[in-house]
Design a protein around this ligand. Structure first.
Ligand SMILES: N[C@@H](CCC(=O)N[C@@H](CS)C(=O)NCC(=O)O)C(=O)O
Length: 238
């Protein structure tokens, strides 16, 4: 039997020593590696061609474009018989959903705020995300992109509260994750999809070169940092 053609993973470029500036892209790439799916990572030029206009998305050999890291994982999992969560019982599955929501729908917004809002951080984000664009684009694009993120943060709520309130919530998130992980090798005691998600979002909070309160808060939870180091060694070593 011939093996399927590599999946094309469309994502944002590597950033600050991580495989992509987007934690959702890192999550998906980690899952592809864990599931043994052959893929080719490509950097988008211009706006995403995905149905949702978001990254990551994948392009399959039959021409399908699939958006959303979760949908992509479900689709490829179903079509290729990959189930990294087969060994989880109902309680562990429940915990995985809760942790995923915390990471993707809450910690994600702390990460976005940290990168796009404080002026000193924005200077570095702007350079990292847009500095390589051609012509006048590094001057033209960032103000529009920043306005869109600020509007999203306003809708989500972080745009309406103090920095201290955001950091309080970050600390609650990190305490919860750190307590769940404890001294285990994997969040749920065995390798599962949630490990890819934990890795991607904790790394995305830790890695920017801001040396700010977000990075310090993550660094204090040494079990989370060690988890990321282990995960990276196992799944992203050359
Ligand atoms: N639920 C989506 C979320 C993806 C997502 O929010 N991607 C961000 C980058 S981190 C994006 O493309 N943002 C562009 C936009 O919102 O227009 C997934 O799991 O893939």
């Amino acid at each position: 039997m011939t093996s399927p053609a590599p999946v094309i993973l469309w994502q944002s470029p590597p950033c600050w020593g991580t495989p992509s500036s987007s934690p959702f892209c890192i999550k998906l790439e980690a899952w592809l590696r864990m599931g043994g799916v052959a893929y080719e990572a490509r950097v988008i030029a211009g706006l995403p061609r995905s149905p949702t206009r978001k990254i990551p998305y994948v392009e399959l050999a039959d021409g399908r474009l699939i958006a959303d890291s979760g949908v992509i994982m479900e689709t490829l999992g179903r079509e290729r018989g990959i189930d990294l969560d087969a060994g989880l019982d109902a309680r562990a599955r429940g915990l995985a959903v809760a942790a995923r929501r915390l990471l993707e729908d809450h910690l994600y917004w702390v990460i976005a705020w940290d990168r796009w809002v404080p002026e000193a951080h924005w200077t570095k984000t702007r350079q990292a995300y847009f500095g390589g664009l051609p012509g006048p684009l590094p001057w033209l694009v960032p103000p529009f992109a920043r306005r869109a993120v600020r509007q999203a943060l306003h809708g989500q709520g972080f745009g309406r509260v103090s920095d201290a309130a955001i950091l309080d919530r970050l600390n609650e998130d990190l305490d919860a994750l750190s307590a769940l992980l404890g001294d285990q090798e994997h969040l749920l005691g065995q390798l599962a999809t949630i490990d890819a998600i934990l890795f991607a979002f904790v790394l995305a909070a830790l890695q920017p070169p801001f040396d700010g309160p977000v990075q310090r808060a993550v660094a204090e939870r040494t079990n989370l940092v060690r988890f990321c180091e282990r995960f990276e060694r196992r799944w992203f070593s050359p």
